[in-house]
Design a protein around this ligand. Structure first.
Ligand SMILES: Cc1cc2nc3c(=O)[nH]c(=O)nc-3n(C[C@H](O)[C@H](O)[C@H](O)COP(=O)(O)O)c2cc1C
Length: 171
């Protein structure tokens, strides 16, 4: 595993404890650039992003969304959203937004930040909370909240490579 990029992909872990230090605007911009660089079906780029750099807002999100209490430990997050009206193949935006979300996590890791992908789409009480707190229009679907900050825990390296899940040439 000599390649820096592969090393980064494999060593990324979800971080749910943050030390409270602020991330800079430059770093936030890198995260957004990484999100927008993701591949999308038909290059439709159906995404919108809400860049949050606001400790009070993160505390409100933590209080409003069960399971998202770690949001109170950081000032920063990116809400990945979709404008599904732009898509050519109905429903494919979920794959587009997943690629964006993963890119944002990897960019955070490249900056030695920690990040956790918090599901919003399909979790109705979280959808309502972000719509209300972040003023998301009804035509826009909030997909995932990626909370980001300086890590206060380290994720262990795990080996998930499974030979028996690989089917060579045919199943
Ligand atoms: C689609 C998706 C939704 C997730 N939702 C949550 C969530 O709501 N809360 C949470 O703490 N982690 C969430 N995670 C993070 C996963 O729990 C985590 O990626 C998984 O346990 C594997 O750990 P790793 O990221 O360190 O490899 C989500 C991850 C994905 C890909």
């Amino acid at each position: 595993m000599s390649n820096v990029m592969i090393q980064g992909i494999i060593s990324r872990r979800t971080i749910r404890k943050f030390d409270g230090r602020d991330i800079s605007e430059d770093v936030m911009e890198d995260l957004l650039k990484a999100g927008m660089a993701a591949p999308t079906a038909f290059d439709a780029r159906p995404w919108h992003f809400v860049a949050i750099q606001n400790r009070a807002m993160m505390s409100s999100l933590a209080a409003a969304m069960p399971g998202c209490e770690m949001c109170a430990q950081t000032a920063s997050a990116v809400l990945v959203c979709a404008d599904a009206s732009t898509e050519k193949l109905p429903g494919i935006w979920v794959q587009d937004c997943s690629a964006c979300s993963q890119n944002i996590q990897l960019a955070a890791h490249a900056h030695s930040l920690g990040a956790v992908w918090l599901a919003i789409y399909l979790v109705e009480e979280r959808v309502q909370a972000v719509r209300s707190l972040l003023s998301i229009p009804m035509a826009i679907t909030p997909f995932a909240l990626i909370a980001v900050g300086y890590p206060a825990e380290s994720g262990a390296m795990v080996d998930r490579f499974l030979h028996d899940r690989i089917h060579r040439d045919r199943w």
